[in-house]
Design a protein around this ligand. Structure first.
Ligand code: ZN
Length: 138
């Protein structure tokens, strides 16, 4: 069995962002030479997410509005966690959008359903953060 472990780094210029990371994960699958296996992609911070959805126009604005209704950033004073920080909303948004995805690798490619793409969701940006990619198989 072969395995590779890599990190993707991000430094979003805004507090919140959605970034399509599919091309970067596909490049690692190609580099690995693995034909049949599994690819794990997970956020390594508790205020960012990795999730799979469509790269459709308007959908990311819909996610942003939906998440702001569920866990509005402001006022910061509404959250107990914000006695120490100002990112309680980011912890909650990460919980809803998820920590990781696992995608099958079939014949050397990520075996997606129709329209599926992998996204990094940033909820407390303006600093360096990373995503772990681990690929196993043969
Ligand atoms: Zn916090």
């Amino acid at each position: 069995m072969k395995t590779i472990t890599e990190h993707l780094w991000f430094n979003a210029p805004t507090r919140r962002a959605f970034i399509n990371i599919t091309p970067r994960v596909e490049a690692l699958v190609r580099e690995s030479g693995i034909r049949e296996g599994l690819c794990l992609v997970n956020a390594m911070h508790i205020t960012s997410s990795v999730f799979i959805n469509d790269d459709e126009s308007g959908l990311h604005q819909d996610f942003e509005l939906w998440l702001e209704k569920l866990a509005p950033e402001k006022p910061h004073s509404q959250y107990r966690h914000n006695g120490f920080e100002d990112n309680a909303d980011a912890h909650l948004k990460r919980q809803i959008m998820g920590r990781e995805v696992v995608v099958a690798i079939t014949e050397g490619k990520l075996d997606f359903g129709p329209w599926e793409q992998i996204f990094y969701g940033e909820f407390d940006g303006k600093r360096k953060k990373r995503v772990l990619v681990k690929i196993i198989g043969e």
